[in-house]
Design a protein around this ligand. Structure first.
Ligand SMILES: *Cc1c(COP(=O)(O)O)cnc(C)c1O
Length: 476
């Protein structure tokens, strides 16, 4: 399989070439030249596979520059009961029966209790493998306000050839999130608490990355959500969810996805393009409804940071959806010149763009629908799911359930609705308490986490200070 850029650069690249890269040189995102097709025979063969083997089968369709035996070993090392808590890895729970059953698909039983572990854990193994093969090292520099940073640290801890330098706003993460990251004692993990807010952290990452000489000398890389390998890893659980919700490959399933950067639901789009019988992909947003606006109107208008609301589903508080360009590329018939015009020019110049009516009409053919959810919806959904279905859900998953409800009610009989659970409630305990009057218990393995010794440094809001820290810790 070869990869191309959404903005028209067709220089053929292999999976290993793009694995450690971010954006394509023309500013676009990488996508495979085509989506391998799965037919009924293949689906039947995959239906009974354990998760790690299913992952290996799907990844093999997109990766031909890692020997099959190695890829299989990496998949088996990643998707284990020890790491993900259950032998099914992503078990479905039935919340409601009826002609349109409602399911919750658990994606949050990995080490950091959010779905980001599903992809990041694999990325840790892939990075270690590829860096060893090249005899190279990589220093991952990132900024986090919570989920991504901890998922990256737990994926990369103890991995050879990789160091992680993770910036976070000092004193602004939840105590649980802070404890998760700062309690790591691995020598290759560096927690840098910046005396500022999240945007300051991001500005520092940008400033360091823009110093090309420094970036090259210290081999600075990222693990952000535009990485194709992350997206690919997420495709697997749509297949796993489909197999659990159906008995035969003639049935269709809809998925509802709490969305921010559009990485999770974009993986659903890829699965559907491969031929997985998905009826609808329901994009659920919170008050930051850039994506909902687009799917309703055809206008994409990213917000500035000042216009971005701080909500009780904070991992969906995004101003622009960084993976969204991938879907638009497919929607527009893979016309790289048109995508370049929209994202590289109109968006920069006018702060947004609007599809033509003809382009907008095509969305229906891709199964996408959308909706938004508010703080009050979140509280009501958490209460209803607890009282009527004896299930405790987190705030992001509640947004998914809320938006799914209307589409489920209006959907075709016989089509189950699977809502993706993107985090466990303990991560957002304050809102659970607001809804229900009690705080959720952490899983046994994480009890006492907040009392563990913490390992972090505090630095000023200053890119030079961060560079000096990186220099000092790469020399060692
Ligand atoms: C990252 C995240 C999301 C948003 O996922 P995207 O892939 O960015 O759309 C939703 N919920 C939780 C808990 C997350 O951590």
């Amino acid at each position: 399989m070869r990869y191309l850029s959404t903005r028209g650069d067709r220089t053929p690249r292999g999976f290993s070439d793009i694995l450690l890269e971010g954006l394509a040189p023309d500013g676009g995102l990488y996508l495979p030249t085509h989506y391998p097709q799965v037919d009924a025979v293949l689906l039947s063969r995959w239906r009974s596979l354990p998760y790690a083997e299913l992952a290996f089968e799907i990844l093999s369709l997109y990766i031909d520059d890692i020997p099959a035996a190695d890829l299989q070993r990496l998949c088996r090392a990643t998707y284990t009961e020890a790491v993900f808590g259950t032998p099914q890895i992503v078990p479905l729970k039935r919340l409601e029966d009826g002609p349109r059953p409602l399911y919750l698909q658990a994606l949050s039983n990995g080490p950091t209790l959010a779905f980001k572990d599903m992809a990041m854990q694999l990325l840790g193994h892939l990075f270690e493998y590829e860096l060893a093969r090249r005899g190279e090292e990589l220093n991952i520099l990132g900024a986090t306000s919570g989920d991504t940073g901890s998922a990256a640290e737990y994926a990369m801890r103890g991995k050879r050839g990789v160091r992680v330098f993770m910036l976070s706003p000092h004193g602004r993460m939840s105590p649980f999130q802070q404890a998760q990251m700062f309690s790591l004692q691995d020598a290759n993990i560096h927690n840098i608490a910046v005396a500022g807010v999240f945007d300051d952290c991001q500005d520092i990452v940008k400033a360091v990355s823009n110093d090309l000489a420094f970036k090259r000398q210290y081999r600075i890389g990222t693990v952000n959500s535009i990485n194709w390998a992350r997206l690919l890893a997420q495709v697997v659980y749509y297949f796993a969810g489909y197999f659990q919700a159906t008995k035969s490959n003639t049935e269709r399933v809809s998925f509802a996805v709490p969305s921010g950067n559009f990485g999770n639901v974009c993986a659903g789009h890829v699965a559907r393009m491969m031929g997985l019988p998905i009826a609808q992909l329901v994009v659920a947003t919170n008050e930051n409804d850039v994506l909902d606006e687009f799917f309703r109107t055809g206008t994409y208008r990213p917000r500035g940071t000042a216009e971005t609301h701080e909500t009780s589903s904070p991992s969906m508080d995004i101003s622009k959806a960084s993976n969204f360009e991938r879907f638009v590329f497919d929607l527009l018939g893979r016309d790289g010149a048109r995508v370049k015009q929209l994202f590289g020019e109109t968006l920069q110049r006018e702060g947004g763009f609007t599809l033509t009516p003809e382009e907008f009409k095509r969305i229906a053919g891709y199964g996408f629908v959308s909706g938004r959810s508010t703080h009050a919806d979140r509280l009501a959904t958490i209460r209803h799911t607890w009282q009527a279905q004896q299930t405790l859900v987190d705030t992001h998953t509640a947004d998914g359930l809320k938006v799914a409800a209307a589409y489920r009610a209006a959907g075709q009989p016989g089509v189950p609705m699977v809502v993706l659970e993107t985090a466990l409630p303990v991560k957002f305990a304050a809102t659970i308490e607001e809804a229900l009057g009690f705080r959720p218990e952490p899983p046994a393995a994480l009890a006492g986490l907040e009392a563990l010794p913490k390992r972090f440094v505090v630095v000023d809001t200053d890119a030079t200070a961060v560079k000096q820290y990186i220099e000092a810790h790469c020399a060692a």
